[in-house]
Design a protein around this ligand. Structure first.
Ligand code: HEC
Length: 309
């Protein structure tokens, strides 16, 4: 009796679940969920071609130097680069003295050896790029409660890497006149919710707390012999630089990869040749001759059969 009751209750439960599921599926197809504003207006970054791309890629040192200049003159006001030491800049083609002079333009927290009080001192080549803020609270206070992320690994931590950084820096648009690929204007939900947010379709939720840091051609002055500092050029240069900060040893990795590939190709060829050598005896075909040759055997059988007839 109890078992029958239990079965009935179970069947009712399963039935209700099935009905609810059926209803949900029906609703999903009759009224599909509307795409969100950020889905409709978000753009994927266009590919940024850099000399470091591909298995044979090498850094363009002049471009990295320009990127360092952009970081120093524009981004370092808000963003730290705390995985990069000043001495690493030797990879960009600077000598000891240049690195020392460059480091001396930054101040890092230290302790006053006489009083034991916290103090600032000029950075040394062995120091890491310091944060412009004392701590996260200070960073938030200066940026309307948003924290500018450390840029050392940003090209590894964002989908699209350098292409994304380039697209983000060149992607600021006027939300009032912006139209997406279908020609639709931005609805109210997509507009910046406050004056401290800035519309950028490459940013995941369309509005970010960083005002366009590169906003006019010629914002920095490049040394003679370099391309014109257009916004696009500056954005490419800082993106290339941030690829380097995220992976300063990329060229070594490429070199090692190619050496390993060549080694594997040679090892495969040697392995194949020695395999042939080792199995040469065993695989040799032994053709029976004389009375054991199957053809001769058949002939013989036929001859005996004939003789018997
Ligand atoms: C006035 C301060 C300021 C300056 C100058 C500045 N940034 Fe930012 N940046 C911010 C803030 C604040 C955020 C966080 C934005 C947010 O999360 O809404 C940010 C975020 C970013 C992000 C991360 C976006 C993401 O996907 O989360 C990147 C990349 C970036 N900045 C690159 C740069 C580069 C490159 C420069 C120099 C050309 C630069 N920024 C200059 C304040 C600044």
């Amino acid at each position: 009796m109890v078992r029958i009751l239990g079965n009935i209750v179970g069947a009712v439960f399963a039935g209700v679940l099935l009905l609810a599921f059926g209803g949900t599926v029906k609703d999903y197809f009759s009224e599909p969920p509307l795409p969100s504003v950020s889905e409709e207006f978000h753009l994927e970054p266009e590919h940024l071609a850099l000399s470091s791309d591909g298995p044979f890629g090498k850094y363009d040192k002049a471009q990295l130097q320009r990127g360092l200049q952009i970081y120093h003159e524009v981004c370092s006001g808000c963003h730290s680069l705390n995985r990069v030491a000043f001495r690493d800049l030797k990879d960009l083609g600077y000598n000891e003295a240049q690195v020392k002079n460059f480091a001396a333009q930054f101040e890092v927290p230290d302790v006053n050896p006489d009083t034991g009080e916290p103090a600032l001192r000029k950075a040394l080549p062995s120091d890491y790029f310091p944060s412009p803020y004392a701590n996260e609270t200070a960073a938030r206070a200066a940026n309307n409660n948003a924290v500018p992320p450390d840029l050392s690994l940003i090209t590894k931590s964002r989908e699209g890497g350098a292409s994304y950084v380039h697209a983000l820096l060149t992607g600021y648009r006027d939300p009032k006149t912006y139209k997406n690929e279908k020609g639709e204007p931005l609805p109210k939900e997509g507009m910046p919710a406050s004056a401290t947010l800035h519309f950028n379709p490459y940013f995941a939720n369309l509005n970010l707390a960083m005002p366009a840091p590169l906003n006019s051609d010629g914002q920095v002055t490049y040394a003679p012999g370099n391309p014109k500092p257009t916004v696009n050029q500056m954005a490419s240069d800082i993106s290339a630089f941030l690829v380097w900060t995220a992976e300063p040893k990329l060229e070594n990795r490429h070199r090692a990869g190619i050496a390993v590939l060549i080694f594997l190709i040679i090892a495969t060829a040697l392995g194949y040749l020695s395999y042939q050598n080792v199995w040469a005896e065993a695989k040799r075909k032994v053709a029976p001759v004389g009375p054991l040759d199957p053809e001769n055997k058949a002939k013989r059988t036929r001859a005996t059969a004939k003789a018997r007839d």
